[in-house]
Design a protein around this ligand. Structure first.
Ligand code: SF4
Length: 425
């Protein structure tokens, strides 16, 4: 039965912030998966890992995106200097509170030194326990030449496969079964990315139909459930969004950049919307959209297809030196995103102390301003509770674009929306 819009959003909101990962743990208790054996949970830190590999092995990749403002941090604070970002403290708190006890593997993708050190801390927590989880710092390549970065990345993925198999004391999956399973996993994740992009495109045209907060809950919930279930949610949601709902406001349209790792509190996303902005794109849940387009399906070497997709179709991010340079510099790609989403400006929102985001920001800001795109920037923490100053800054940014950059009916997006909308005449 088709769920209502309210039911879909409420379910996602609950799953997105269930810090006990109850849904994933319940899934793990299900029957063995034919051809792959017992189920397992593989937690991963922001931002990208090749989830298809875990899925094909019979596992559930579970995104661990921090605790936000939903958990009091007591022990976690003892592990990091006071000025370091908040995300690792929350993850340590989760681990020490037992919330991650049922996990069989933890993958820490290379994003910064803080996450690298966090992987070491997990190893220390576990000590010599032979039944402990498999822990891997996954060094994603910065070299995009197939013979160099590609070869290295393939070895890294193989070490994940071998390590998880060893942890589970299971034999390698038979080659023919593995090829079939991995191709099916690739198909499911391709479908997931396609459905996400279709809704993002709908939001671009009709942002009032699905608020940024609602969309955030839908995407974040997808990190804590099987991809098959998430695809169903996206399918149902798209059907609802094809119908008109809500009504357009005279908001400016913004892209948010820099929030790819430690996540902004929900209150902050709401504040930006209430200050007069439609968020038409962002990098909040970038790992779900890391590969742009499809991974090749139905090949005899699906692992090679996963590697090629990373080399050739990675999005841009501060965690990469320069992904797929043929696609353009980060400044060019962010500019192209702003134009594609018909945005009026960019809000650079980065976690306090976030080295990658804050190091990239000056170059990005300068490049955008040279292209005539307005920007503002601020920092946050996942447990920030006061938004008054940010609301005033964003409100002034929105007003300045509305009042001085252009007349409302000449802002680049408005005519299209007004023509296509049957809500306001
Ligand atoms: S928020 Fe930034 S500094 Fe902190 S762990 Fe994430 S990428 Fe590293």
């Amino acid at each position: 039965m088709q769920r209502t819009f309210e039911a879909l959003i409420s379910e996602c909101e609950h799953l997105a912030f269930d810090l006990q990962f109850s849904h994933a743990k319940a899934w793990k208790k299900g029957p063995s998966i034919v051809g792959a054996g017992d189920r397992f949970l593989a937690g991963y830190l922001p931002i990208y890992i090749p989830r298809e590999i875990i899925h094909a092995m019979g596992g559930l990749p579970v995104g661990i995106m921090g605790t936000g403002d939903r958990m009091q941090i007591i022990k976690g604070d003892a592990y990091y200097q006071s000025y370091i970002c908040h995300l690792p403290r929350g993850v340590v708190e989760l681990a020490l509170s037992g919330a991650l006890a049922d996990f069989d593997a933890f993958i820490f993708p290379s994003i910064c030194d803080v996450v690298r050190n966090l992987s070491g801390m997990f190893q220390i927590f576990q000590g010599d326990d032979p039944a402990g989880a498999f822990i891997k710092y996954l060094d994603l390549p910065q070299n995009f030449a197939p013979g160099v970065g590609g070869t290295y990345y393939r070895q890294e993925i193989q070490s994940v496969i071998d390590g998880i198999q060893k942890r589970r004391s299971s034999s390698p999956i038979q080659e023919a079964v593995w090829v079939e399973r991995l191709n099916e996993s690739i198909r499911l994740y391709n479908e997931n990315r396609t459905r996400i992009e279709r809704i993002a495109t709908l939001r671009q045209e009709f942002p009032w139909r699905l608020s940024a907060v609602e969309w955030y809950h839908v995407l974040r919930a997808g990190l804590a459930m099987p991809v098959e279930e998430h695809n169903n949610i996206l399918y149902e949601l798209e059907a609802v969004l094809l119908e008109e709902r809500g009504r357009p406001l005279d908001n400016i349209r913004v892209v948010i950049s820099g929030a790819f790792c430690e996540q902004p509190p929900i209150g902050l996303i709401k504040t930006i919307e209430m200050a007069g902005c439609y968020i038409v794109d962002d990098d909040f849940m970038l790992g779900s959209r890391w590969i742009e387009g499809d991974v090749a399906e139905g090949t005899s070497d699906p692992l090679g297809a996963v590697v090629d997709a990373y080399l050739q179709h990675s999005t841009f991010s501060a965690s990469l030196y320069e992904a797929a340079p043929a696609s353009g510099s980060k400044v060019e790609r962010l500019t192209a995103l702003v134009q594609r989403r018909k945005a009026d400006g960019v809000i650079f929102a980065a976690p306090s102390f976030c080295d990658p985001a804050l190091l990239d920001r000056p170059e990005l800001q300068l490049g955008l301003e040279r292209a005539g795109i307005r920007t503002i920037g601020f920092q946050y923490s996942e447990n920030t509770g006061q938004f008054k100053v940010i609301k005033e800054e964003v409100g002034a940014f929105s007003d300045s674009i509305k009042l001085w950059d252009s007349e409302p009916d000449t802002r680049m997006w408005l005519p299209t929306v007004l023509e296509e909308s049957n809500v306001i005449a």
